[in-house]
Ligand binder design. Sequence first.
Ligand SMILES: *Cc1c(COP(=O)(O)O)cnc(C)c1O
Length: 400
Amino acid sequence: MIDAVLPTYARADLAFEKGEGAWLVATDGRRYLDFAAGIAVDGLGHGHPHLVKALTEQAGKLWHVSNMFRIPGQEKLAKRLVAASFADSVFFCNSGAEAIECSLKMARRYHWGEGNPERYRIITFEGAFHGRTLATIAAGGQAKHLEGFGPAMDGFDQVPFGDLKAVKAAIGPHTAGILVEPIQGEGGIRPIPPETLRALRAIADEAGILLLLDEVQCGVGRTGKLFAHEWAGIAPDIMAAAKGIGGGFPLGAALAVEKVAKHMTAGSHGSTYGGNPLAMAVGNAVLDVILEDGFLDRVLQVAGHLRQSLGAIVEAHPDVVEGVRGEGLMLGLKVKPENRAVVGALREAGMLVVAGGDNTIRLVPPLVIGEPEIARAVEIMDAAFTRLAPASAVKVASVA
Ligand SMILES: *Cc1c(COP(=O)(O)O)cnc(C)c1O
């Protein structure tokens, strides 16, 4: 008989009872070091006192009223995001896919509003992941996500990863914009080099089309800047954020510059839950912490140490790990055994990570980890990788 829960996930047979910072406690009492963070969502770890307080205080006051009314928490969070980013206006929703949907709608609506309704097509990159709705699986273009759900929604042209020549060749009279993750997440932690992002900005400007960024996974402090594109010194026209922005509370946002946002007039888009008082209380609390003086500097510092330690792991276990990639606390290890076997071995050893494309494992820990968590992660990886390839292992302590 089919499970009562729709069987769309290949779940590990493991459930948790509570979380503390970067640690999760399973229902059998076992403790796990959480470098998965709910897939780069729990940026402030589990049970962060400031978030718990914000949520519980709001829960006692007001949960939901709908967007028929003003929501002061929304106005506050939008103003803060606008002040801290390229954007002039923000739409709140509940997930990454919805943030991308809104971004795609804004791109079409912009060209429609500017008198070019024929410009509706979006250029995307191989290996992309933008969500699981009909539009976002078409945007991602991955066969495994499209299978059985055809016909794929029209309006997407995919080019090889980071291929600027192919981007230029794909631009035509129907092109509305380019959509790109500054660091591909599901695709296997593949960063777009800053100079390529700058080139994409220039190409978009020259063609009169829009640059849309998907920062659902790489945004909100994960790279040591509030948003990853800041490293390239460019600004998009539209950007989707989610995952870390709610610290575990379902929250997404589509941010845009005024020339785009002004076409999204009353009635053009909406969400019943989007930006409700509960979500806004948590979103504002997340931002309180991330924008605190020194928080992002600390992320960078910790990320530097983690990366260094991973370098030692690569040296010590060449039969298991090929290399490290990524930025900040969005790191990937390209592994030699099947990546799901490595994820399983680490879980056995007490550490949670996420499988990614290109046979990688993703290390996306809470941004609040420190030296003790890094040291423990190295110990666990060393032990697990030794078990995976016992013959070739060198003790990691000698290189760490
Ligand atoms: C997770 C993710 C999405 C989809 O977010 P959901 O909240 O699962 O809808 C979109 N884009 C990127 C880059 C993601 O990592």
